[in-house]
Design a binder for this molecule. Structure first.
Ligand SMILES: C[S@@+](CC[C@H](N)C(=O)[O-])C[C@H]1O[C@@H](n2cnc3c(N)ncnc32)[C@H](O)[C@@H]1O
Length: 307
């Protein structure tokens, strides 16, 4: 119903089943069955013979944020249908996204600009809200002049960091299509004049010499080999005086390993601090601190290992 925008059509004044099916481009009988089912579950109201209205639950479908994740024609569908590959994932330990979509996840996004755009929207403020800019274990921003957000999406976290720290300069690194969508986010935060955007792969050399390299919700998307390669690029760029701050995908050693969609989608991993420490070492980093922030997020700070 989210994909067919049925709640929006009802909100616009179309309550008759035939008219709803016409405007949504679907089969009236099938739509009737689904709406009756949802009414029985407390979503939508039957207001008369073949007439439907909104109740509070159905009004939830009008929220654009909810729709990004529920729209089966966008990233919501990619994530939902991915779960049908869970059995292969468990049997093999490898993602089987291509069984459903023909290509591995990142290549599928490359091949479908509309899906890639909805993924960026889901990761950005429209989907995940405004991020908390406090990402340093000791809150020691006074020594930080430059921040590079690696795989920083459309820039929501970097924009917040620069907004609350008016002397810091930032660089956003992500794929070209994604950084191209960052302009409005930096303008809205009033920080556009302190940001450089670079559309490139994080498997290629990163801009060198910054004080902080952020990897937020990035290495949890990748298997060990690729995660180590990304960390190595950060270590090379940060060396000798910078640090690498990792948010997402690392949990305390005593946490129970959970299941997340990134695993099934792209072979991502959740790692304990000990497991992460091994990758960091192989990448030329050592873990300096690993703690839970007041926001509830678990953060790991690393420094380049001295040559
Ligand atoms: C899960 S999102 C996280 C985005 C952002 N850091 C956040 O916290 O919301 C992962 C990001 O990695 C980016 N990405 C994937 N492959 C990449 C590559 N090869 N080079 C650079 N960025 C890449 C995606 O475009 C996406 O923005």
């Amino acid at each position: 119903m989210a994909t067919l925008r049925i709640a929006e059509h009802i909100a616009a004044g179309i309550s008759d089943l035939e008219a709803l099916a016409g405007v949504a481009g679907c089969d009236a009988q099938a739509l009737h069955s689904v709406l009756n089912y949802l009414v029985s579950k407390g979503v939508f109201e039957a207001t008369g013979r073949g007439q439907f209205g909104l109740n509070d639950a159905a009004r939830g479908l009008l929220d654009p944020t909810a729709r990004i994740g529920l729209d089966l024609d966008g990233i919501g569908g990619r994530m939902a249908y991915t779960w049908s590959t869970l059995l292969t994932y468990v049997r093999t330990g490898q993602p089987a996204y291509q069984e459903v979509f023909g290509l591995p996840f990142w290549e599928d996004l490359d091949a479908h600009p509309d899906i890639a755009a909805s993924f960026d929207a889901l990761m950005g403020p429209a989907g995940h809200g405004t991020p908390d800019p406090e990402i340093l274990v000791a809150g020691d921003w006074a020594t930080v002049r430059t921040v590079v957000d690696v795989g920083g999406g459309t820039g929501a976290l970097l924009a917040e960091i620069l907004r609350v720290h008016p002397t810091i300069q930032g660089t956003l690194v992500d794929l070209p299509r994604t950084v191209s969508r960052s302009g409005e986010i930096f303008r809205a935060a009033g920080v556009a004049d302190r940001v450089t955007t670079i559309g490139q792969s994080f498997f290629d050399p990163l801009p060198a010499g910054a004080d902080v390299y952020v990897l937020a919700k990035v290495i949890n998307d990748w298997p060990d080999r690729e995660s180590t390669a990304i960390l190595r690029r950060c270590a090379e760029a940060a060396s000798p005086g910078g640090r690498v701050v990792v948010l997402g995908g690392v949990a305390p050693d005593d946490a129970r390993p959970g299941l997340s969609v990134e695993m099934v989608l792209a072979g991502g991993k959740q790692r304990s601090v000990a497991q992460f420490g091994e990758l960091a070492r192989a990448a030329g980093l050592h873990v300096q601190a690993a703690e839970r922030l007041p926001s509830g997020r678990f953060v790991v700070e690393c420094r380049p290992t001295s040559p």
